[in-house]
Design a protein around this ligand. Structure first.
Ligand SMILES: NC(=O)c1ccc[n+]([C@@H]2O[C@H](COP(=O)([O-])OP(=O)(O)OC[C@H]3O[C@@H](n4cnc5c(N)ncnc54)[C@H](OP(=O)(O)O)[C@@H]3O)[C@@H](O)[C@H]2O)c1
Length: 323
């Protein structure tokens, strides 16, 4: 029996829905999905308009807008280098952003809230594929432990609100995401957008070869962000439970296969080489998505198709993507 006030079913399309981080990769996809689904009262603020680290400003915003639903996709996000170099920023900023938003949402009685984390919350040496129940069963990967601890605190805050106030708030943990709106900057990007940029630049310059770090053998999972956005709404309408839900495709590819798929999508014809003395990272990282599958949702955008459309987006947005 549920301890909360949850009734499964469609959310009210006329209610005010706040998407925190609506200009980011995930937030912008959630926004598009909600628009397509007929939500007519979406609210979003750029960080330049509303800094979510500013507690007073966050409470004023909630008092003025009174959202009924919230998707919390605002966070300080970065690759391994940024996480490892600026752990204080990743810990402190993310704790402040999520605590301010959830505290204000609680004060204003937000009925449904979805908190987003990531697969880095699971222990470094947890068995693969990663099941939800592995949370807090071992030590974290040290290079992004600060970020992971902030995200784990967010999951705990959602659970505490459920327990103390009976609000049916939930958490979702996506695998690696990609798609329109991604971060293509050489210092801040994840592997897939970094490869797209590298191969497109190599094609344009006529480079004979492109060298990637490592052996190319690690296995990784990639989910298109439009699938992620669909899953977010699905969970808000159908899931009520304290445990976070993994969101992924449930299958993985080697980085070598990924590089070839990107090269094909971009039309790069040169050689693909590997600097095998560079570190490979974790050999495999795959989400167990059986909980989500049992709830009735699965991803539908294939990796080839998703990468092709992301390359198109990248080409069409040369002036406005994050560099
Ligand atoms: N990308 C992935 O592969 C991936 C995978 C798993 C989980 N996730 C999770 O999904 C969530 C969103 O990630 P993302 O990839 O969409 O990141 P993103 O593209 O970098 O977007 C993050 C958004 O957060 C906003 N933001 C950051 N600091 C803020 C502040 N102080 N005040 C207000 N807004 C602030 C930014 O707003 P402005 O643009 O206005 O500055 C930005 O739009 C994160 O919780 C992340 O852990 C992402």
């Amino acid at each position: 029996m549920s301890e909360t006030s949850f009734t499964p079913g469609a959310l009210d399309r006329s209610a005010t829905f706040y998407v925190a981080g609506h200009r980011g990769l995930v937030g912008s996809a959630i926004w598009r999905r909600l628009e397509d689904e007929g939500f007519g009262n979406l609210v979003g603020r750029a960080s330049s308009e509303l800094d979510l680290k500013d507690r007073g400003a966050v409470f004023e915003f909630f008092a003025a807008e009174k959202p009924r639903y919230v998707a919390l996709a605002a966070a300080k996000v970065g690759g391994i280098l940024a996480n490892n170099t600026y752990p204080v920023d990743f810990l402190s900023e993310n704790l402040r952003i999520q605590t301010n938003v959830m505290d204000a949402a609680l004060e204003h009685g937000v009925e449904r809230l979805l908190f987003l984390g990531s697969s880095c919350i699971y222990p470094k040496l947890a068995p693969q594929p990663l099941k939800e129940e592995y949370l807090l069963t071992g030590h974290l990967e040290p290079t992004n432990d600060a970020y992971a601890i902030a995200k784990i605190a967010g999951i705990l805050q959602v659970q505490a609100v459920r327990r103390q106030y009976g609000l049916p708030w939930i958490s979702a943990m996506p695998t690696n995401l990609y798609g329109p709106g991604d971060n293509f900057s050489p210092t801040g990007s994840h592997v897939l957008p970094a490869l797209i940029r590298r191969y497109e630049e190599a094609r344009l310059s006529g480079a004979e070869s492109v060298t990637n770090w490592g052996t190319g053998s690690p296995l990784r999972e990639f989910l298109h962000v439009d699938d992620m956005a669909e899953a977010c709404l699905y969970l808000l309408e159908n899931y009520d439970g304290p445990e976070q839900v993994n969101v992924g495709v449930g299958t993985d590819v080697t980085i070598r296969e990924l590089a070839q798929t990107v090269a094909d999508a971009v039309g790069y014809r040169g050689a693909i080489e590997w600097e095998t003395t560079k570190p490979d990272g974790t050999p495999r990282k795959l989400m167990d998505v059986s909980k989500l599958t049992a709830l009735g949702w699965k991803a539908s955008i294939g990796l080839d198709e998703g990468i092709r459309s992301t390359v198109e987006w990248f080409r069409e947005h040369q002036d406005d993507f994050r560099k």
